[in-house]
Design a protein around this ligand. Structure first.
Ligand code: CMC
Length: 392
C-alpha cells in the first residue's frame, strides 16, 4: 500500500506530536513542559518535576501536597509480591527483576486493564511512582542477602529510597542529605527525553491499549541496553577496566576509533545532541561539588576526566561531534553514594518513570490515536513452491 520510506533507526521520522519535552540538539537545550532543566534542577524536587511532566503544569503547594500524599499511600508492595524475590537467582540483574516485578503489578492490580478509565489510570500512576523505588531497593537487598526494609513515609522520595537501600532492621541508616540532594538532581535530569528508545517502546506497547504496567515494564527492558540507559553501568565498567589496565586512556580511545573493533566509548555520543549534552554538564558540576564536599578522591573520576580530554581533542570525535552524554559522570556520583554498579540503570529507570507515564498519557489523549504499526521494505525471497521434505 503506497510507497514506504525507509529510515533505519528512525533518525528523521517523527512518530508523534508531543507537548512534553523540547529538545534542541544543536544548541544543547532541554526543557520539560517549557521549563529549562537547569531551572527545574535549581528550584524543584523530583516529585514536583514528576507532577509537571504528568500533568503539564508545576503544582500549587496544595496540589503538590496531595500528590505527595497520594504517592506515600502506595509505597509498600503487596506482601505476596515480596515472595517473588525468593524465586529469582541471587545474582539476577536488578533490571531484569525490575521489569519482571513491574510487569507483575497487573496481576495484583487487575483494575489497571481499564485503560480508558481516568480514575484507574490515576491510581496506576500513583502505584508506579510509589512502588518503583521499593521494588528497586528490594532487588538490591536480595542481591546482598539482607532483609527487605519497608518504606518509611516520613521521609521524602529520595531519602526513602536511600533508606530502603542502606538501612537494616539492626541499623537505622541515617540518610546523608548530600546524597539525597544529588539523587534528586540526577532523577530530575533523567526524567524525560522525548521520543528516545524506551519512551518510544512505552508508547508502542501502550498504542495497542496495553495497560500502564505492561507498557512501563517493556520500557524498562528497552532502557536496560548498553546503547541506552545501560550505558551508565557499561561506562563505569569501562573506566574500571582502563584503570586496571594502567590508566592507558589513549589505547581505549584508539580502540573506539578502530572500525574493526566493536568497542565504543561508553557514555560518549548521542543521536540528537551534537554540541554538548546539557544533562552531562549539570551532572559534571554535581559530581565536582559532591566529591569535593565529601573529600573523595575517586581514581575513576580522574580516568574519566583524562578520557574526556583526550577524546575531545581527537579528530575522530570532533568530526563526528561525539561528546560525553548523561551517562558519563553519573556513575561516579552513584559510586560516591555507595550504590553498586548493577543498580545504576535501575536509578535511571526511577528517574525516567514520570516521562514514560507522561508519554503514555499523552498517547491516550491523542485524538484519533492509532496503533503504532511501522511498515518495512521486504528483502526476502520472491514466491517459492514448497518441495516436500522427502525430495529436499
Ligand atoms: N565511540 C566511538 N565511536 C562512536 C561512538 C562512541 N561512543 N558513538 C558514535 N560513534 C561513531 C560511530 O561509529 C559512527 O561512526 P561512522 O560514521 O564512522 O560509522 C558515528 O560515530 C555515528 O554514530 P552512530 O552509531 O551512527 O550514532 P547513533 O545516533 O546511531 O548512536 C549512540 C547514538 C548514543 C547509540 C552512540 O553514540 C553510542 O553507541 N554511544 C555509546 C553508548 C552510550 O553512551 N549510550 C548512551 C546514550 S545517552 C543516554 C541514553 O540514551 O540512555
Amino acid at each position: 500500500t503506497g510507497l514506504v520510506t525507509l529510515d533505519e533507526g528512525f533518525v528523521n521520522t517523527g512518530s508523534t506530536r508531543s507537548a512534553v519535552t523540547f529538545l534542541d540538539g544543536e544548541k544543547g537545550v532541554l526543557r520539560y513542559r517549557g521549563y529549562p532543566i537547569e531551572d527545574l534542577a535549581a528550584h524543584c524536587d523530583f516529585v514536583e518535576v514528576a507532577y509537571l511532566l504528568i500533568h503539564g503544569e508545576l503544582p500549587s503547594p496544595e496540589e503538590a501536597a496531595n500528590f505527595r500524599s497520594g504517592i506515600r499511600h502506595h509505597t509498600m508492595i503487596h506482601e505476596d509480591m515480596r515472595s517473588f524475590y525468593n524465586g529469582f537467582p541471587r545474582d539476577a540483574h536488578p533490571m531484569a527483576i525490575l521489569s519482571s516485578v513491574v510487569g507483575a503489578l497487573s496481576t495484583f492490580y487487575q483494575d489497571s486493564m481499564q485503560v480508558d478509565d481516568p480514575d484507574q489510570v490515576e491510581i496506576s500512576i500513583y502505584r508506579l511512582l510509589a512502588k518503583l523505588p521499593t521494588i528497586a531497593a528490594y532487588a538490591y537487598k536480595k542481591s546482598i542477602g539482607q532483609p527487605f526494609m519497608y518504606p518509611n513515609n516520613d521521609l521524602d522520595y529520595c531519602e526513602n529510597f536511600l533508606h530502603m537501600m542502606f538501612a537494616t532492621p539492626a541499623h537505622d541508616h541515617l540518610v546523608d542529605p548530600d546524597f539525597a540532594e544529588a539523587l534528586n538532581l540526577l532523577l530530575i535530569v533523567h526524567a524525560d527525553h522525548e521520543q528516545n528508545c524506551s519512551t518510544s517502546t512505552v508508547r508502542m506497547v501502550g498504542s495497542s491499549n496495553s495497560n500502564l504496567f505492561a507498557s512501563i515494564s517493556a520500557g524498562i527492558g528497552a532502557l536496560w541496553g548498553p546503547l541506552h540507559g545501560g550505558a551508565n553501568e557499561a561506562c563505569v565498567n569501562m573506566l574500571e577496566q582502563i584503570a586496571a589496565d594502567g590508566g592507558n586512556v589513549k589505547k581505549y580511545v584508539d580502540m573506539a576509533k578502530d572500525k574493526n573493533s566493536s568497542f565504543r566509548l561508553m557514555g560518549f555520543g548521542h543521536r540528537v545532541y551534537k554540541n554538548f549534552d546539557p544533562r552531562a554538564q549539570i551532572i559534571r558540576a554535581c559530581c565536582d561539588k559532591l566529591l569535593a564536599k565529601l573529600n573523595i578522591d575517586d581514581p575513576l573520576f580522574h580516568v574519566a576526566q583524562e578520557l574526556q580530554d583526550v577524546a575531545l581533542e581527537d579528530e575522530y570525535f570532533v568530526e563526528r561531534k561525539l561528546y560525553p552524554n548523561v551517562d558519563f559522570y553519573s556513575g561516579v556520583i552513584y559510586r560516591a553514594m555507595g550504590i553498586p554498579v548493577q543498580m545504576f540503570t535501575v536509578l535511571f529507570s526511577l528517574g525516567r518513570l514520570p516521562g514514560w507515564i507522561a508519554h503514555w498519557k499523552e498517547l491516550h489523549a491523542t485524538p484519533g490515536k492509532r496503533i503504532y504499526r511501522p511498515r518495512q521494505i521486504y528483502t526476502g525471497q520472491n514466491q517459492r513452491t514448497v518441495v516436500p521434505i522427502e525430495n529436499r
